[in-house]
Design a protein around this ligand. Structure first.
Ligand code: HEC
Length: 98
């Protein structure tokens, strides 16, 4: 019985780890609805990820700026996500949607 429990817990944590990996970049942006206003290389309501990457490429603090902007909703629609998710979203956007 005890070993069954251990196996179940181990399996559950594997699934959880997979979820974290899958929830990076494009998947996360999809899940959070970024695609409503952003596309990889076409302007929609907001700039394309390509433009975002180009505009911020010399800004070392860009990731922090974007995280704060999404978190506080300053100059941008507020995004409900964890800090880790916001960091992943910022990295994805600043890499030009990759
Ligand atoms: C309702 C529309 C909308 C949604 C949804 C949206 N954005 Fe935006 N986003 C905008 C607009 C508009 C701008 C341009 C703001 C400006 O330049 O003042 C923008 C700009 C940005 C920028 C550029 C910031 C900069 O200073 O270069 C990033 C990065 C960004 N959005 C990320 C995201 C992410 C990640 C998501 C999803 C979690 C998201 N956005 C969802 C409308 C949206």
């Amino acid at each position: 019985m005890k070993s069954t429990m251990i196996a179940l817990v181990a399996a559950a944590s594997l699934v959880a780890a997979g979820t974290v990996l899958a929830a990076s970049g494009a998947d996360l942006a999809n899940a959070k609805g970024c695609g409503t206003c952003h596309a990889a290389d076409a302007k929609k309501v907001g700039p394309s990820w390509k433009d975002v990457a180009a505009k911020n490429k010399d800004n070392k603090g860009a990731s922090e700026k974007v995280v704060t902007m999404l978190k506080d909703g300053k100059g941008h629609p507020k995004v409900a996500a964890s800090d880790a998710e916001l960091k992943a979203l910022a990295a994805f956007a600043l890499a030009g949607g990759k």
